[in-house]
Design a protein around this ligand. Structure first.
Ligand code: NAD
Length: 356
């Protein structure tokens, strides 16, 4: 498909191709929608095999950010930057700063933050070139590690799903199978342990498993996590893990985790729905990170405010479940409906003001 045709089909506003010969920077910044506010999304540094692949990722991820921000009730739109480079071998201060200068030329239409391959240190370099950066380390006056609030949000969303599945939000005594025991899963686990949930954990990284064992958690092999006899399955590692191969293995009543793009396809969401499994849509449950970053825009960061707003993920998930029941659609479709309704209503107000 032609680029402009592809942008038009999904409502993207702007795509910027960026090149800096001196530093070797090759990047794409995609702005999906600025109806609700400046577009915001992380910068992914990844050795894409082709420009087409990088462009496709930027378009897909920026659109997802629009939905995440809209459903989380944030004054932000969706955007994403991708730098075509290997973050382990090709990332340099010069490259990252060159990228920051291009972000600056967008005049605030795009605010960047971290994503796969980029770190708080990179944001500090970007900050030397532009003010349009959020999620800076606490030591640089920013909101710091996003995974703390992401973990809290996953926990709150899980409680809402539990209320739907068992009639009460309590997770005491529930068995939760965590796939991936990285940053988000660990913060989620802390909340679950305080509530006396039982945790079963897997990871492909030995250090993560050792950490889990030290915390007294049960550890299983990566392929066995789907078959664990549990109440809640929490994908906190990779995307695409809910598919025709894995769903038939699940023994849980709830799927609620922090990983992005958990459903391989929309039909997998329909299958969960058909099986009576309550699914907490990923972008609703993992929006704590962007909520936290937004709390530093235009004012001094305040963790209490960010926490309070992240806790509202519980009510947002309640609303998603209510829409799903009334409209007889999956929770994934209901989350999209919630986000789209907010976008439509704000676009409507803008039209009224313009015509006056
Ligand atoms: P992380 O890298 O700290 O943790 C991911 C863990 O998953 C790692 O320990 C890794 O070894 C493990 N893993 C990878 N492949 C696996 C497999 N096949 N089976 C089991 N474990 C596997 O990352 P994170 O920040 O905790 O993010 C986890 C997920 O949440 C990602 O999908 C990320 O995109 C999403 N997310 C994170 C944030 C945030 O604030 N960090 C916000 C929104 C979404």
């Amino acid at each position: 498909m032609e680029i402009l045709e592809q942008m038009g089909a999904e409502g993207h506003e702007q795509v910027v191709m960026v090149s800096d010969a001196g530093s070797g920077l090759k990047a794409i910044i995609a702005i999906h929608d600025t109806t609700l506010g400046p577009s915001c999304g992380g910068t992914r540094i990844w050795p894409y095999k082709s420009e087409q692949e990088a462009l496709w990722d930027a378009l897909r991820l920026s659109r997802a950010m629009t939905y995440k921000a809209a459903a989380a009730d944030l004054p932000l739109g969706g955007g994403k930057g991708v730098i075509i480079a290997d973050s382990h071998t090709e990332k340099t201060e010069a490259l990252v700063r060159a990228y920051g200068r291009f972000v600056d030329t967008l005049g605030g239409r795009y605010l960047t933050t971290t994503d796969v391959g980029s770190t708080g240190r990179d944001l500090e370099y970007i900050k030397q070139e532009t003010d349009y950066v959020v999620g800076l380390p606490l030591s640089s006056g920013g909101s710091g590690d996003t995974s703390i609030m992401t973990g809290l949000g996953v926990y709150m969303g899980m409680k809402s799903c539990a209320k739907e599945a068992w009639g009460k939000e309590s997770l005491t005594g529930k068995t939760v199978a965590l796939q991936g025991f990285g940053k988000v899963a660990t913060y989620t686990a802390h909340h679950l342990m305080k509530e006396d949930a039982k945790l079963v954990v897997t990871d492909v990284f030995d250090d993560a498993l050792d950490r889990a064992r030290d915390m007294g958690l049960t550890v299983v092999k990566p392929d066995d996590i789907y078959r664990v006899d549990c109440d809640i399955f929490a994908p906190c590692a990779l995307g695409g893990v809910l598919n025709t191969e894995t769903i038939p293995q699940l023994k849980c009543k709830v799927v609620a985790g922090g990983a992005n793009n958990q459903l391989l396809s929309a039909t997998d969401g329909e299958e969960l729905h058909r099986l009576g499994i309550v699914y907490g849509p990923d972008y609703i449950l993992n929006s704590g990170g962007i909520i936290n970053a937004e709390a530093e825009i235009g004012r001094a960061y305040n963790s209490d405010r960010a926490r309070e707003k992240t806790e509202r993920i519980y009510e947002t998930m309640d609303r998603v479940i209510a829409i799903s029941k009334v409209e007889e659609i999956t929770t994934g479709e209901a989350a999209d409906r919630l986000a789209e309704d907010r976008l439509k209503s704000v676009r409507g107000i803008r039209k009224i003001y313009r015509s006056n």
